[in-house]
Design a binder for this molecule. Structure first.
Ligand SMILES: Nc1nc2c(ncn2[C@@H]2O[C@H](COP(=O)(O)OP(=O)(O)OP(=O)(O)O)[C@@H](O)[C@H]2O)c(=O)[nH]1
Ligand SMILES: [Mg+2]
Length: 194
């Protein structure tokens, strides 16, 4: 649920980059941060969890208008995808308004990806929701590496729900897919308030 700041007359939407350790959450989020102008973006700061590695920043103005007279912003953060071991991690996941889930395409990370993804879905289902009901995109990272699973395999493994999620091949070093995946979840977020 979005955070409503009554005094500031502002709504804060929370989007999280989720994925297993070293999947590329921070690299992708930094690339998105760079894509906004200095006026549009807040400073990059430590995240809420896993403080040494977690990151967060705000997009100071979002184009989404929900309550007349209220502005909106978006808070981005990285959340570890390792099976939601702690209550605070579960709690943070429950608060987010949308998830950009990063799948590390390397074959030797596949089991870990699958387990972590199942755990995240369980938490969502715990809230009596499914991934099809919340703004959600799948990011396939590290596709350019030799030891990576092909996109078709990843689609089959991670994208077989009743509602197919938008998927993006992302390479944060070239900015490939970074802004597109954000635009996709933004659109979904907007639609969820219509
Ligand atoms: N080849 C390649 N390397 C990538 C890509 N994306 C990220 N990396 C590298 O993967 C490593 C881990 O990236 P991070 O962004 O630190 O991953 P993370 O998910 O934030 O990791 P933790 O916060 O430690 O869980 C870094 O060495 C990145 O440079 C990619 O698309 N291709
Ligand atoms: Mg990180």
């Amino acid at each position: 649920m979005a955070l409503i700041l009554q005094r500031e007359k502002r709504i804060v939407f929370r989007l999280a980059y989720v994925g297993i350790p070293f999947s590329g959450k921070s690299t992708i989020m930094k690339s998105l941060h760079r894509s906004f102008s200095r006026e549009e973006r807040g400073e990059m700061r430590q995240g809420f969890i896993n403080q040494d590695r977690g990151l967060a920043f705000d997009l100071l103005r979002s184009p989404i208008s929900v309550i007349p007279g209220f502005s909106s912003s978006i808070q981005f953060s990285t959340l570890p995808g390792y099976c939601a071991r702690t209550n605070s991690h579960r709690q943070l996941l429950k608060q987010v308004d949308g998830i950009l889930y990063i799948v590390d395409s390397q074959w030797d990370r596949m089991n870990e990806n699958v387990k972590a993804f199942a755990a995240i879905q369980e938490i969502i289902i715990d809230q009596k929701k499914s991934l099809s009901e919340i703004p959600f995109v799948l990011i396939f990272n590290k596709q350019e590496m030799k030891q990576s699973a092909p996109r078709s395999y990843l689609e089959e493994t991670f994208n077989q729900r009743s509602q197919i999620a938008p998927t993006f091949e992302v390479n944060p070093f070239f900015g490939k897919g970074v802004v597109d995946s954000f635009q996709s979840i933004l659109k979904q977020l907007e639609l969820s308030y219509r």
